[in-house]
Ligand binder design. Structure first.
Ligand code: PAF
Length: 278
């Protein structure tokens, strides 16, 4: 079944209000990969009607970032979503989301200024604003998001709680390529060699799990080992943090259920990955 394409907020809101049954929503910036498709599959299983948005949100990119180069392939995205029987694709234009005179921003404090927020200080404000708008328009029962952007997931859960949205956010596991690289639209920027080097991210996280199994719990020791592995593969570390999975607070010692989050630049591409220590 071909999904119905919806371009305006008014039309999308009207459709959503008339839907009988539960709405599952998957927000994306397009150029879909298996990570996005896995979210659509879960949404299809768990809800009656699935809405996928495709919008490359300019407000979450800073001026020196890759907004213009960000990969786009709408026809392919529509084909992939048709194969999965997604019901609606919401494809707003930039002017539809941010019309002239737009002035309102949603900002979650503190947890947006650490980790990715340190090098991308306005990024999460863009994410929370656009997702709040999309949620107001679509009013979904459930919103499905990947755990690869773990900080984004925690920030959006905080926003949903603080602003009393009725939507429940469902975090879904990271989907990886066969060799372990976490799927990302930005992987396409990597050369063959860069792609190989990028495997150090997941390798370093698995090494951390191994150390935990060997009863090495000191965060600094593990962070140093992760940094070595990334730097030996020509990566430049942005951050390596061991945090509480709910608050994102730094932990001096690893404990079951904590998260290790890494961001590194490989060639010119900033990649992120994370692991839950079990
Ligand atoms: O994760 C993404 O692709 C984006 O940050 C999101 C949630 C679609 C908001 O633009």
């Amino acid at each position: 079944m071909k999904p119905i394409l919806v371009k305006t907020a008014n039309e999308m809101a009207k459709i959503s209000r008339e839907i009988k049954g539960t709405i599952g929503f998957v927000p994306t910036m397009g150029y879909l990969h298996e990570g996005h498709l896995s979210l659509v599959r879960v949404a299809k299983k768990e809800t009656d009607v699935v809405v996928v948005s495709i919008f490359v949100n300019p407000s979450q990119f800073s001026p020196n970032e890759d907004l213009d180069e960000y990969p786009r392939d709408i026809d392919r995205d529509i084909r992939l979503l048709s194969e999965l029987n997604a019901n609606y694709i919401f494809l707003p234009t930039e002017n539809e989301v941010y019309p002239d005179g737009y002035k309102t921003w949603v900002n979650v404090e503190k947890i947006t200024q650490i980790l990715c927020g340190k090098s991308r200080p306005t990024h999460f404000r863009g994410v929370t604003t656009v997702v709040a708008k999309l949620m107001n328009i679509i009013d979904p029962d459930f919103m499905y998001m990947g755990e690869k952007d773990f900080q984004q997931l925690v920030v959006l859960k905080q926003m949903v709680k603080d602003l009393n949205f009725r939507t429940k956010i469902i975090g879904c596991p990271i989907i990886r390529e066969n060799d372990g690289l976490a799927m990302s639209s930005r992987n396409k920027y990597l050369s063959k060699q860069g792609r190989k080097n990028a495997l150090c991210l997941q390798k370093s996280l698995l090494l951390a799990q191994k150390r935990y199994n060997e009863k090495v719990f000191t965060s600094n020791k593990i962070i140093a080992e992760i940094a070595d592995l990334i730097e030996n593969n020509k990566g430049v570390v942005d951050y390596i943090e061991i945090v509480d999975s709910y608050t994102l607070e730094h932990l001096y010692e690893l404990k079951k259920g904590c998260r290790i989050l890494v961001a590194a630049i490989i060639e010119n591409t900033r990649l992120i990955d994370n692991i839950e220590i079990t």
